[in-house]
Design a protein around this ligand. Structure first.
Ligand code: PEP
Ligand code: MN
Length: 335
């Protein structure tokens, strides 16, 4: 809710009015405006109601991604996974769905390591038009069946607005890839569904660009959004494919109620770096981890160099849970 007071209201008066709410509510003031989270108009003290020029309860969607008006975490509940409730969600699978047999095998590996979400691309956004583009709808069927066989949820990418209804039939989470983070018609299309969306950070997107992209989805009514940090382009991407921005994860935890997922596979491009960087993401506050796995990475149809072997994945999953426990076993101290 936003309360608009007369321009002439003194800052000290605004402070007196907001002090009524104590410290347990998110109250934000900006000049003659006060925004208050989680309160209905009839709970407003008479002093505020009488002084207000206007009380806006129909707050624009532009505030959905802000803790200002949504202090509580947005918790996403899937059949086999809960994201954002304080637990750690583990998502794993091949970069691309390569065949029915292969994705079934990878689903078993993912499940064994403790993953509850199976990843796999059937529509691949490749930098080169000559690279493997994915199996399309056939790949989605294989992915869904493999996940169902293991009792897992599915995450997969959608690249075009017109594919949204079709992909929606097969998946539990719709992934928007980095290259499409600001494809506004696609964001609106997934915002009209009621399927959770994993919004990957654009390679050159600031945190604010990213949150605004999330707003495009939220503005259509779908608030089940998770933000995936997958690394950004910086001046030094010689030893890593991208630069993993762990700081952004810590910042987002403060700014937004949406869950945050760390993707160290695309951030590093190198399987030997996926573990340490993923653990850094969890230490920074990520609610989940998404990684690529392959039993024969040298034969992978995409992103082989960053694919974890099954043994590496099992170990990282264990360390991830240990890191998550470590980070959550201390009382927070007020800043
Ligand atoms: C992927 O998840 O396989 C992918 C293409 O990721 P990104 O959009 O982050 O490059
Ligand atoms: Mn990939």
């Amino acid at each position: 809710m936003i309360i608009v007071l007369p321009e002439s209201t003194a800052a000290t008066d605004i402070n007196k009015l907001t002090a009524i709410f104590g410290h347990h509510r998110d109250v934000f003031t900006h000049r003659n405006r006060i925004s208050i989270a989680g309160i209905s108009i009839d709970q407003l003290p008479a002093a505020i109601r009488q002084n207000a020029l206007e009380i806006i309860t129909d707050v624009p969607a532009a505030i959905q991604s802000s803790r200002l008006l949504h202090p509580e975490n947005e918790v996403i509940r899937l059949p086999h996974t809960t994201i954002g409730d304080g637990s750690l969600a583990i998502m794993a699978g091949p970069c691309s769905v390569e065949s029915e047999e292969h994705v079934r095998k990878m689903a078993a590996v993912a499940k064994q390591g403790g993953a509850t979400v199976l990843r796999g691309g059937a529509f691949k956004p490749r930098t080169s038009p000559y690279s493997f583009q994915g199996l399309g709808e056939a790949g989605l069927k294989f992915l869904r069946e493999a996940a169902d066989e293991q009792g897992m949820d599915v995450i997969t990418e959608v690249m075009d607005d017109e594919h949204v209804p079709m992909v929606a039939q097969y998946t539990d989470i719709i992934q928007i890839g980095s290259r499409n983070m600001q494809n506004f018609s696609l964001l609106k299309a997934v915002g009209k569904t009621n399927i959770p969306v994993a919004l990957k950070r654009g390679m050159s997107a600031t945190v604010d660009d990213w949150l605004n992209a999330a707003e495009y989805i939220a503005a259509e009514g779908n608030h089940q959004i998770m933000l995936v940090e997958r690394g950004i382009r910086t001046f030094d991407n010689t030893h890593t494919r991208n630069t993993f921005d762990a700081g952004a994860i810590a910042v987002l935890r403060q700014l937004t109620p949406f869950p945050i997922i760390a993707d160290p596979s695309h951030a590093t491009g190198d399987r030997s770096l996926v573990g340490p960087v993923g653990l850094a993401g969890i230490a920074a506050g990520a609610d989940g981890l998404i990684v690529e796995i392959h039993d024969h990475p040298e034969q992978a149809l995409s992103d082989g160099p960053q694919a974890l072997t099954p043994a590496m994945f099992q170990q990282l999953a264990k360390k991830s849970l240990a890191m998550h426990n470590l980070m959550n076993n201390f009382e927070e101290v007020d800043a």
